[in-house]
Design a protein around this ligand. Structure first.
Ligand code: ZN
Length: 266
């Protein structure tokens, strides 16, 4: 009986302490603000394979966000690329498209020129004669889409710099799941400010059946060192997240781009 009374008293004291903390330290009752805030933007009226990728990417990065303690928001509204909204985020992902209106593009340019972060996938870097956005071509390291393999196939990728943080726990070569692989002319590797981080291994050639890559240097992942950015060519179809190895690379990439861990390459 005595012990029960002591137990009740202890509960009362604990309750008072909790209430007291709430009264005198109201800040402690609030949820801490996320330190790293990531926004993903994608289009839902695009090629089915690109939408499948975007949906899977949203699921993958939502899970990664919970594991690695960053906030993750996804939207299909490209007008969210405005100065006021971008100021809330440390990193912007383009999953399957790029902005098409002048205000969206201008806001993004200003965001990146003032320290914003970008991780673009696959068709996000597609440009052609009608794109009409020279700043973006320069941002990509002067890379211009000039062709692709077809149908989507797995390919062996080579890590260019094994000491780079995005190569952590990744072997020097690995099999990347089925993807449509893009070719760039000129190659971003020719740009003095670009560091290529993953390359299509020549051992894949000829790669494709209808449209075939038979030779040449084909960068797959690179960064333009003038910005906190990374372009990743993977992003076509529903197999992209089927490799634990590649998933580790994606996680490494988003963590490397966090302002707290990012170190510009020179
Ligand atoms: Zn594609």
């Amino acid at each position: 009986m005595a012990s029960r009374i002591i137990g009740r008293s202890t509960h009362c004291i604990c309750l008072l302490v909790i209430l007291g903390c709430g009264l005198f330290h109201p800040a402690r009752a609030q949820r801490p603000r996320a330190k790293y805030r990531v926004l993903a933007v994608y289009s839902d009226k695009v090629e089915r394979d690109h939408l499948d990728f975007a949906h899977q990417a949203v699921r993958f990065f939502s899970t990664t966000a919970r594991k690695d303690h960053f906030s993750f928001t996804a939207t299909t509204n490209w007008d969210d690329l405005n100065t006021a909204n971008l100021a809330k985020y440390d990193l912007v992902l383009w999953l399957n498209d790029s902005p098409h209106t002048a205000p969206q593009r201008k806001a993004f340019e200003q965001y990146m020129e003032h320290g914003g972060g970008w991780l673009g996938f696959h068709v996000a870097a597609y440009t052609d004669g009608e794109t009409g956005w020279p700043w973006f071509t320069s941002f990509l390291g002067s890379a211009v889409f000039s062709g692709n393999s077809w149908p989507p196939l797995p390919a062996i990728l080579s890590v260019d710099d094994e000491s780079h943080p995005i190569a952590r726990d990744i072997p020097q070569t690995f099999l990347s799941p089925s993807n449509e692989w893009y070719v760039w002319t000129p190659s971003p590797r020719l740009h003095a400010g670009v560091r290529v981080l993953l390359t299509l291994s020549p051992s894949n050639y000829p790669l494709g059946l209808k449209d075939t890559i038979v030779s040449g240097d084909v960068p797959v992942v690179w960064t333009n060192t003038a910005y906190r950015m990374l372009y990743v060519n993977m992003g076509h179809g529903d197999r992209i997240f089927s490799s634990d190895m590649q998933n580790q690379f994606f996680e490494n990439a988003v963590l490397w781009l966090a302002p707290a861990s990012f170190k510009p390459l020179r």
